[in-house]
Design a protein around this ligand. Structure first.
Ligand SMILES: [Zn+2]
Length: 240
């Protein structure tokens, strides 16, 4: 695996030595990687077209230390021209991708394709729409990777129920299985969770302020030790 050609999103970057950068890329079939881009900070470099929010096909080679660097590239899409407020949301959302670990290439490409769909759907929408769809992306991904469990059955007894409670382990329980300190999931919240997880992005018609982020935050903190607020800007400097 000394040469690779991969489709990826550049999700973050940092300066490296005099003239270079290290890009973190989310790839279609090699998970999240850090790669060096030599000379990219020089205005003469052809690589200076690359940066965060670029979707690109890149050729990677290994340097003498065995670290991958970008040898060639072709830009697939440049999202940096979108509305600033939306870009800011996307850049924060990208932090979620760094949390993910895939066991198979199939899992990786499933999530990658879902990301492509999400960004293409959201690219001309507003930030509230993006928050709904990116929350859906997060929940769908965690269910797909079997990190969270969500269905119309109790996680304990597997019986169907009309009343659910969130346990301190972030699993859902029916009335019979719950213990005293469980949080009741309202019908509205349950229905919204269900839509966010199981509907196609384009069919989700929930308003951002209808989503119970308190419950989602509790689930993320328990299951991946992150808060939903780690993946969105506290105050978007570009929104009015
Ligand atoms: Zn039960």
């Amino acid at each position: 695996m000394d040469n690779l050609e991969i489709s990826c999103y550049i999700i973050s970057e940092k300066e490296y030595k005099d003239n270079h950068k290290i890009f973190t890329i989310f790839t279609e079939n090699h998970g999240v990687m850090e790669v060096i881009c030599y000379g990219v900070r020089s205005y003469k470099s052809r690589f200076n077209k690359l940066g965060v929010l670029i979707k690109s096909l890149i050729k990677l080679k290994k340097n003498k230390k065995g670290i991958f660097f970008i040898d060639d590239f072709r830009i697939i899409e440049d999202y940096r021209l979108l509305d600033y407020a939306l870009l800011w949301e996307i850049i924060y959302f990208f932090k979620f991708l760094k949390v993910l670990e895939f066991e198979t290439e199939e899992e990786n490409s499933f999530v990658y394709n879902m990301l492509s769909k999400m960004i293409d759907l959201c690219k001309h929408k507003n930030t509230n729409f993006f928050r709904v769809i990116s929350t859906s992306f997060i929940l769908k991904t965690l269910v797909y990777l079997k990190i969270i469990y969500f269905s119309d059955k109790c996680s304990q007894c597997h019986k169907k129920s009309n009343n659910f409670f969130l346990g301190d382990d972030a699993e859902i329980y029916c009335t019979d299985c719950k213990r005293y300190d469980f949080i009741k999931i309202s019908d509205k919240d349950y229905s919204n969770f269900y839509k966010l997880i199981y509907l196609k992005f384009e069919d989700i018609n929930i308003d951002n302020n209808e989503i119970n982020y308190f419950l989602i935050d509790k689930i993320l903190k328990t299951k991946i030790r992150k808060s939903i607020y780690d993946f969105r800007p506290a105050k978007n400097p570009f929104s009015t």
